[in-house]
Design a protein around this ligand. Structure first.
Ligand SMILES: Nc1nc2c(c(=O)[nH]1)N[C@H]1C(S)=C(S)[C@@H](COP(=O)(O)O)O[C@H]1N2
Ligand SMILES: [Mo]
Length: 310
């Protein structure tokens, strides 16, 4: 990948918890809610956010860190480009086309998709293939809830995702650094796993545009590039879908891309990672198999050679 290990930032010293609690109090106030200008569905969904049982107790990164050190090549290659450029993206109205091997295909508006959905807080470790990591408090809901609602047909084996293609608002798409639109995919059992979520917010706020507004995938045991942003298309299929980084460089980026300290990237070690935050110095920590989610997900890969299926 181009521009891996990019620029350093000036980190904020705000305690994430304090900010978090303040925001929550704000959200509880009716006036604040009206002031957000969110659609009714979104506001209602936010009020219903409940703590999830799958969260790590590790200290989350600050919102400043999470929104100023990003990979979103539609808005540029540098870590600070998305924060600078993503504000031009129109995210309302937004809809997702769901098709392929489903009982109820269609184009679903975001409000419709979120109707009756209970958003959970999921504080997940997030590990980029470039060997940096964060802890991010997502708000979202299991992808399985959506898939169950549209009815997955019996022959379906994979789920394919696509990001919005809109070069007028996504300057990165005007150059051919990747084969646009950005594409990702999961095996159906991975997609149905309770840890796999569609996230619509961070720290109780609507998803920042640089993080994949208004809705993105989060698969915490896989390298970050599997967690595709700003999704407009979900398709159920019986064939392993094409995925962007695998198409770009199949030797370096596999379809599975489970976090695995035993399988190095051809150009760097995956044994440890740089945890973003904590002042100017990011500390190095050991990388955990399946990013620490092995108890929950190792069973999905029983009998598979993970060196071969990297
Ligand atoms: N559409 C799209 N999704 C994407 C990317 C991208 O460039 N385009 N980058 C991926 C990579 S490499 C990572 S590490 C994460 C970064 O998510 P974050 O910026 O919210 O931390 O988004 C992933 N999803
Ligand atoms: Mo990444």
């Amino acid at each position: 990948m181009a521009s891996r290990f990019a620029t350093d930032l000036k980190w904020s010293d705000i305690t994430p918890k304090e900010v978090f609690l303040n925001r929550r109090q704000l959200i509880a106030g009716a006036g604040a809610l009206a002031a957000t200008g969110l659609g009714a569905g979104m506001a209602e969904a936010r009020l219903k956010t409940v703590p999830g049982k799958y969260s790590t107790s590790e200290k989350p990164n600050t919102l400043t860190e999470i929104t100023n050190y990003n990979n979103f090549y539609e808005f540029g290659l540098d870590k600070t480009d998305p924060a600078r450029n993503a504000h031009t993206l129109t995210t309302d109205p937004w809809s997702i086309k769901i098709d392929g091997m489903v009982d109820k295909p269609g184009t679903y508006g975001l409000d419709d998709l979120l109707k009756g959905v209970t958003l959970e807080e999921r504080i997940y470790r997030f590990r980029c293939v470039e060997a940096w990591s964060m802890v991010i408090p997502w708000d979202g809901f299991p992808l399985s809830a959506l898939l169950n609602r549209v009815g997955v047909q019996s022959g379906a084996k994979y789920v394919a995702f696509r990001t919005l293609l809109r070069p007028s608002e996504m300057p990165g798409q005007r150059s051919r650094i990747l084969d646009w639109p950005y594409r990702e995919g999961l095996r159906l059992d991975e997609a149905m796993h309770p840890l796999t979520i569609l996230a619509t917010g961070i720290y109780g706020e609507p998803m920042p545009k640089q993080d994949g507004a208004p809705i993105r995938l989060v698969v915490p045991w896989k390298y970050g590039f599997k967690s595709i942003k700003s999704i407009v298309h979900i398709s159920l299929t019986d064939r392993q879908p094409e995925t962007t980084w695998n198409m770009q460089n199949p030797r370096e980026y596999g379809f599975y891309s489970n976090v695995n300290p035993q399988v190095d990237h051809p150009r760097w070690s995956q044994k440890s990672e740089r945890r973003i935050g904590g002042g100017l110095f990011a500390k190095r920590v050991d990388t955990l198999m399946f990013n620490g989610y092995g108890d929950q997900v190792a069973g999905l890969y029983k009998g598979m050679d993970l060196k071969k299926h990297y």
